[in-house]
Design a binder for this molecule. Structure first.
Ligand code: URA
Length: 243
């Protein structure tokens, strides 16, 4: 992990201010003065000290972040073609990753955590975690189409589970806006389900994931979960309190 990043995550100051502290010689790594903000350190094994403060460490416990994913960002740690990923601009620990995926053109609620047990259970179909989407469709779905979405339909990878589906309204161009509530998380599932009832999805947003709603978060913004929110998630999938 880069030294200035580590210091920022440990709550010392902003990344830029941490770079200044390093340049000013206020930071030592394993007893030797750090040479620059880009020095790479092992956050667990290396001993990082700040003048006047002593040893600096990352906060204990797991990290939980809710991001309002922007359009045109990829849920991947690195893209060979250099496209923007959801991790850019986030100050995360090295082990913190997205729970599940959203397509590049999908916006909305994305949880990131280094709590591996929780992430595993939240994405495992057995736990039936609720994902709430708002989709804008080409054309307007009739009652029959909504009923099929609700009851389940057959996709190439098998039948879908019963879902919530309701018409919210229409856009100016006569496109239907629907809410879909799924308890599965298959690849491109919303788009494929809508296509199966004759409607292409023209825009897709995930309003909430496992009960975590976007609330006031604007696209591109993120926040850390409150301890009570993280505890609720763990309870939801049968995990006890964090160690
Ligand atoms: N379903 C989709 O089709 N795309 C997503 O990004 C999420 C659910």
């Amino acid at each position: 992990m880069q030294l200035n990043r580590f210091l920022a995550r440990a709550g010392v100051a902003s990344r830029r201010r941490c770079a200044d502290l390093i340049s000013a010689g206020a930071v030592r790594v394993n007893g030797a003065p750090a040479s620059g903000p880009g020095d790479r350190i092992d956050p667990v094994r290396d001993r990082v000290e700040l003048e006047g403060r002593g040893r600096v460490a990352l906060p204990e416990g797991f990290e939980y972040v809710l991001l309002h994913k922007r359009r045109d960002t990829l849920v991947t740690s690195r893209d060979e073609r250099g496209r923007t990923t959801v991790y850019e601009g986030l100050e995360l620990r090295p082990g913190t990753v997205a729970v599940g995926r959203l397509d590049r053109d999908t916006t909305g609620a994305l949880l990131l955590t280094d709590d591996g047990d929780l992430a595993y259970r939240l994405t495992h179909p057995r736990y039936g975690i609720e994902k709430r989407y708002v989709a804008v469709l080409r054309g307007s779905p009739d009652d029959g189409a909504l009923r099929r979405l609700r009851q389940g339909l057959v996709l190439e990878d098998g039948p879908t589970a019963p879902a919530g589906a309701r018409l919210l309204g229409h856009t100016g161009e006569g496109r239907g806006r629907i809410e879909l509530v799924l308890t599965e998380g298959r690849k491109h599932q919303v788009k494929r389900m809508c296509m199966a009832v004759g409607h292409k999805v023209t825009s897709l947003r995930r309003q909430s994931f496992a009960g975590l709603a976007l609330g006031d978060l604007r696209a591109g913004q993120w926040r850390r979960l409150r301890p009570a929110e993280a505890a609720r998630l763990r309870r939801l999938v049968g995990l006890g309190p964090e160690r």
